[in-house]
Design a protein around this ligand. Structure first.
Ligand SMILES: [Zn+2]
Length: 255
């Protein structure tokens, strides 16, 4: 068994403009995730993953899959994979790898978007399921939809209220016995350089050879068996609020 670190939901910047040199992003990711680390660069109504990988500056890179969704940087031994966050009428859904493109229609019912995920052979994640744009409420009422979900985010670093992540962990604990193939991920959901890979999950792969021939299937298998405990959880807002409360002399028991 070989364990690596993965932050599978990160936008790098608020928009698809990258203000820093290519290597500034990669060096930070490499320092935080280490060898064979995986970061998902998530498009949101744009093509920031494609733009980032097509930049002319920085380290060498190569796509290792026919969908051009897994980009490997041999000098740093880091994988950057393509993600896309799609707003459905029931909340957001996160696609990883596969053939998905920008033509996925937003604001459709979750069932419809899950079919698109299946058609494009993408990995599907329920991002921040119990935040105000999460699909948690829909999943609770339609548990069979979990058959088509590879993992729940049980920690999202951008969740404003700690209760949102707590609810996600509780929901995961309830369904785990019946849906053993749904993983539990911790992600940063970073919108700036400093936040990338501040939260991550540890994913297990059967052997080191897998990293030489990384495939979507191998990543999907590792995601489905991810567990809540094997992760680093950092909360941008929660920590900020806790810090302010301390400065004001408020006991943080309420937080
Ligand atoms: Zn996001």
């Amino acid at each position: 068994m070989k364990t690596i670190r993965a932050d599978l939901h990160s936008h790098f910047e608020t928009q698809s403009q990258f203000s820093r040199p290519f290597n500034a992003y990669v060096d930070l990711i490499s320092a935080r995730l280490g060898e064979n680390g995986i970061v998902a660069l998530v498009n949101f109504g744009d093509d920031r993953f494609e733009k980032f990988c097509a930049r002319r500056d920085g380290y060498d890179r190569e796509f290792v899959d026919s969908d051009r969704s897994i980009c490997y940087l041999p000098q740093k031994k880091i994988f950057i994979i393509r993600g896309q966050e799609v707003p459905t009428s029931d909340g957001h859904l996160l696609f990883l790898c596969g053939k998905h493109g920008l033509d996925i229609k937003p604001h459709k019912p979750l069932e419809y978007t899950l079919l698109e995920a299946m058609d494009s052979n993408s990995i599907t994640i329920a991002p921040h399921p119990f935040s105000y744009k999460g699909i948690g409420a829909k999943l609770m009422n339609h548990l069979l939809l979990l058959d088509n979900i590879d993992a729940l985010e049980i920690h999202n670093g951008e969740s404003v209220l700690p209760n949102w992540n707590k609810k996600a962990i509780e929901f995961y604990a309830k369904i785990h016995e019946f849906y053993k193939n749904v993983g539990a991920l911790s992600v940063s959901d970073a919108h700036s350089l400093s936040g990338i890979a501040t939260s991550f999950s540890e994913l297990s792969f059967p052997n080191e050879d897998m990293f030489k021939n990384m495939t979507k299937e191998n990543i999907a298998t590792a995601i489905r068996s991810s567990l809540p405990g094997n992760s680093q959880k950092t909360s941008k807002y929660y920590n900020a609020v806790k810090h302010i409360a301390k400065l004001l002399g408020i006991k943080s028991g309420i937080l």
